[in-house]
Design a protein around this ligand. Structure first.
Ligand SMILES: O=C(O)CCC(=O)C(=O)O
Ligand SMILES: [Fe+2]
Length: 288
């Protein structure tokens, strides 16, 4: 289905992805230049996943795009790019010592979103640019805003009173070897208490923040009669529905923007040569 960009009078054709998200066959730099970063951020927030096909971008251009929308994370970690520190490498490539040079090596990744074990969950935009696609790897996304909107009313009222103790635990989303750089980086992260329901800082819409693989404890209201385990199981049934999910199989030149506050994603095992450039940022420069 082709539609025009709702928030702009000009016609920008896009195709809707299976459950949510959109795909555009336009030059991303021209697109953002034309509609402006504020409109682009609203568009991203509305669709949660925005995919630009057939781009030809270098790392500095990616950093420049992300910098127009907000503050871009620069992590001092071994898997950051040496020349453009905003870019993290997501790859199964290894160095001559046989160590992964990037994050998320080759194993399957379970459901998560950006920065589940970091302090600020509002740094929730992630851009992934595909330099080398690998073979048959699927990244799957679930729309947890939609899942929240579709909850039965009494269940939604309960969800709004729940908080979660969250902390990275190895062998939940990912099995890390104890001497890997990634394990060392994740082990440094501390735990946090998070509300289950958050309002998005840009569009003020509510949705679920539910990185359940990181959940250590569910804090239910004292008058609640169900157990933590039952609550989690019931919530999972309401979130992980195929009708809320979209699959992406990266092709070279894809640039995928995702808002991660109200979504989760997971990834199948990586095969072949795969290299993505990853940037994480917030909406600081496009908010009122
Ligand atoms: O490799 C992928 O497709 C996704 C990686 C990922 O989960 C991330 O960069 O946050
Ligand atoms: Fe991720």
């Amino acid at each position: 289905m082709i539609e025009s960009l709702d928030s702009n009078k000009d016609k920008f054709p896009y195709r809707k992805l299976s459950s949510f998200g959109v795909e555009l066959n336009l030059n991303v730099l021209e697109f953002i230049e034309t509609i402006g970063p504020e409109e682009f951020a609203k568009f991203l927030c509305q669709h949660i996943l925005v995919v630009f096909k057939n781009q030809n971008l270098n790392k500095s251009e990616l950093a420049m795009i992300a910098n127009r929308i907000g503050r871009v994370e620069k992590l001092r970690v071994p898997f950051a790019d040496k020349s453009v520190p905003e870019v993290l490498l997501v790859t199964n490539k290894k160095n001559e010592k046989g160590e992964f040079i990037g994050m998320f090596g080759e194993e399957e990744l379970g459901w998560h979103s950006n920065g589940n074990s970091r302090k600020n969950i509002f740094d929730s935009c992630v851009a992934l640019y595909c330099e080398m696609p690998g073979e048959e790897t699927i990244t799957k996304w679930v729309n947890t805003r939609k899942a929240f909107e579709e909850l039965e009313e009494d269940y939604r009222d309960l969800a709004e009173k729940v908080s979660l103790n969250i902390k990275f635990q190895n062998n939940r989303i990912y099995n890390l070897s104890k001497n890997s750089n990634e394990y060392k980086a994740f082990q440094k992260t501390s735990g946090f208490i998070r509300e289950l329901v958050y309002e998005h800082p840009l569009d003020r819409k509510k949705g679920l923040y539910f990185p359940y693989h990181f959940v250590e404890k569910v804090n239910l209201p004292s008058d609640c009669e169900i157990s933590e385990e039952d609550f989690l199981e019931e919530l999972k049934k309401r979130v992980f529905k195929e009708e809320f999910m979209t699959d992406i199989s990266f092709e070279k030149g894809d640039l995928v923007f995702s808002d991660q506050l109200h979504s989760l994603h997971k990834r199948s095992k990586v095969q072949g040569d795969r290299l993505l450039y990853r940037l994480a940022f917030n909406y600081e420069k496009v908010r009122d």
